[in-house]
Ligand binder design. Structure first.
Ligand code: FAD
Length: 434
C-alpha cells in the first residue's frame, strides 16, 4: 500500500483547511510540502452556502462557485490553485487511524500518510435521531445537512416532490435557514422544536418573536415545546408521518433534522488533551502534543477577550483560527512567534430577505432597540447585551455594512452604559458613535 510523506498535513478538507492552505502558501510553503486529506470528494468550500443558496429554486449556487476563500471576499481556490501551488489534495480519503506518537495517519483504503506537523481540521458531524434510537428514524427522505453530498440528496428530494409537506426538526440556525429555503421551493413547512423559542442559545424571547412572526407570515407553521418521538413510513420505506411527544402526528414527505453537531475528534481520543468537548489548544492552536495543531470546530482555545476557553462552531472562527495556526507554525520554525489569537465571536445567518449579525458575548441583561415588528416592510432592529455595566454583545437584523461594522466595534470596545433607557432610545447610533 502507498506510503506518502509530507512536511505538513491538514486532516479534514473543509473551511479551515482551505484558509490554512492559502496562509501556508502565503507564508512560503514550497510545492510538495503540504497535503490536505479529505473524506469529501471536492476541494475545500464555504460550507454555509449549503443551507442557503445551494437549495434556491432558481440559479442555485454550485461548485466551483463557492470554494474557499471566496466567502470572506478573497481569492477563490479552485482545484487548479492547489496543483499550481503544489498542495496535494487527497480527496475521497477518510482517515480511520491516527497515531500521533508515530506521526502517522492511515486511510480507509490502507494508505499511510507521514507528517512532521499535523493540523487537525475535521470539523463537526451531525447528531442523528438514530443515535438516540428514535423509532423509524432510518426511513428514507429523512435528511441531515453537513456536506455537499447531503445537500445534493436534499435538493433532489425537493425537486422530485410536487406539493410536498416537510417537517423540520430543530429550531437552531440550520432549522431556520432550511425552513426558509424549503418555503422558497413552495413546500409546506412545519418546524418542530422543544424550546420555548427558536435559536434559544443566542436569541432572546424578543428577538425570536420577530423571526417566528416573520416565518409564520411566510407560511411556516411552528410547533414549539415538543419533540419528534417517531416516524412511520410507506411500503417503499419513505417517511410518511412524524409522531410528536405531545401526541400530534404530522404528515411528511420530507423531514430535515437539524438538532446540532459534535466535533469529530474520535480519531485522536486518548492521544491529545481535550477540554469542553474539543481538542485543547493554546492561542496558536497548538495542542499538548508537539507539532500537532487543531483548528475550526474541533478546537477549544483561549478566548482572550473574556479570559476563558471556548469552542466555537462558526465559519468566521474556522477561517481565522486556520490562518493563525499556519502563521504560528511557520513562525515557530524560524524560532519566532506571532501575536496571540484575540478573537471577537461573530455569528451570522441569512434567510428569506433577512440577514442578522451578532458580535461578542450574549450574557447579562438585554436592551432591544428598533423596529422588530415582523410585518414591517424593512425590519431593522437589534439588541445589546450588558454585563457589569458594559456592552458585551450586539445583535442587528437588517443592518447596513456600516452598522454591522459598528456593532462589531461596540462588542470589542466594551463601552460603559450609564442609562439603559437612553441606550434603547439611541439604538444603533450608540454603536455608530464608538
Ligand atoms: P468543516 O468545514 O466541517 O470541515 C471538516 C472536514 O473534515 C470535512 O471536509 C470532513 O469531511 C473532513 N473530515 C472529517 N473527518 C475526517 C476524516 N477522518 N478523514 C478525512 N476527512 C475528514 N457558520 C456560520 O458562522 N454562519 C453560517 O451561516 C453557517 N452556516 C452553516 C450551514 C451548514 C449547512 C453547516 C453544516 C454549517 C454552517 N456553519 C455556519 C458552520 C460552519 O460551516 C463551520 O463552523 C465550519 O465549516 C467549520 O469549519 P471546519 O474546517 O472546522 O470544519
Amino acid at each position: 500500500m502507498a506510503e506518502h510523506s509530507f512536511k505538513y498535513i491538514i486532516v479534514g478538507g473543509g473551511v479551515s483547511a482551505g484558509y490554512a492552505a492559502r496562509e501556508f502558501v502565503n507564508q512560503g510553503v514550497k510545492p510538495g510540502e503540504l497535503a490536505i486529506i479529505s473524506k469529501e470528494a471536492v476541494a475545500p468550500y464555504e460550507r454555509p452556502a449549503l443551507s442557503k443558496a445551494y437549495l434556491f429554486p432558481e440559479s442555485p449556487a454550485r461548485l466551483p462557485g463557492f470554494h474557499t476563500c471566496v466567502g470572506s471576499g478573497g481569492e477563490r481556490l479552485l482545484p487548479e490553485w492547489y496543483s499550481e501551488k503544489g498542495v496535494q489534495l487527497h480527496l475521497s480519503t477518510e482517515i480511520v487511524k491516527a497515531d500521533l506518537a508515530a506521526k502517522s495517519l492511515t486511510s480507509a483504503k490502507g494508505e499511510t500518510f507521514k507528517y512532521q506537523t499535523l493540523v487537525i481540521a475535521t470539523g463537526s458531524t451531525v447528531i442523528r435521531l438514530t443515535d438516540f434510537g428514535v423509532e423509524g428514524a432510518d426511513a428514507k427522505n429523512i435528511f441531515y445537512l453537513r456536506e455537499v453530498d447531503d445537500a445534493d440528496k436534499l435538493y433532489e428530494a425537493i425537486k422530485g416532490k410536487k406539493n410536498a409537506k416537510a417537517v423540520v426538526v430543530g429550531g437552531g440556525y440550520i432549522g431556520l435557514e432550511l425552513s426558509a429555503v424549503l418555503r422558497l421551493n413552495n413546500i409546506d413547512v412545519t418546524m418542530v422544536y422543544p424550546e420555548p423559542w427558536c435559536m434559544p442559545r443566542l436569541f432572546t424571547a424578543e428577538i425570536a418573536a420577530f423571526y417566528e412572526g416573520y416565518y409564520a407570515n411566510k407560511g411556516v407553521t411552528i410547533i414549539k415545546g415538543t419533540v419528534a418521538t417517531g416516524f412511520t413510513s410507506n411500503s417503499d420505506g419513505e417517511v410518511k408521518e412524524v409522531k410528536l411527544k405531545d401526541g400530534r402526528v404530522l404528515e411528511a414527505d420530507i423531514v430535515v433534522v437539524g438538532v446540532g453537531g459534535r466535533p469529530q475528534i474520535s480519531l485522536f481520543k486518548g492521544q491529545v488533551e481535550e477540554e469542553k468537548g474539543g481538542i485543547k489548544t493554546d492561542s496558536f492552536f497548538k495542542t499538548n502534543v508537539s507539532n500537532v495543531y487543531a483548528v475550526g470546530d474541533v478546537a477549544t482555545f483561549p478566548l482572550k477577550l473574556y479570559n476563558e476557553v471556548r469552542r466555537v462552531e462558526h465559519v468566521d472562527h474556522a477561517r481565522k483560527s486556520a490562518e493563525q495556526a499556519a502563521k504560528a507554525i511557520i513562525a515557530a520554525e524560524a524560532g519566532k512567534t506571532v501575536e496571540e489569537y484575540d478573537y471577537l465571536p461573530y455569528f451570522y445567518s441569512r434567510s428569506f430577505d433577512l440577514s442578522w449579525q451578532f458580535y461578542g458575548d450574549n450574557v447579562g441583561e438585554t436592551v432591544l432597540f428598533g423596529d422588530n415588528n415582523p410585518a414591517s416592510s424593512k425590519p431593522n432592529f437589534g439588541t445589546y447585551w450588558i454585563k457589569d455595566g458594559k456592552v458585551v454583545g450586539a445583535f442587528l437584523e437588517g443592518g447596513t455594512p456600516d452598522e454591522n461594522k459598528a456593532i462589531a466595534k461596540v462588542a470589542r470596545a466594551l463601552p460603559a452604559v450609564e442609562d439603559v433607557n437612553q441606550l434603547a432610545k439611541e439604538g444603533i447610533s450608540f454603536a455608530s458613535k464608538i
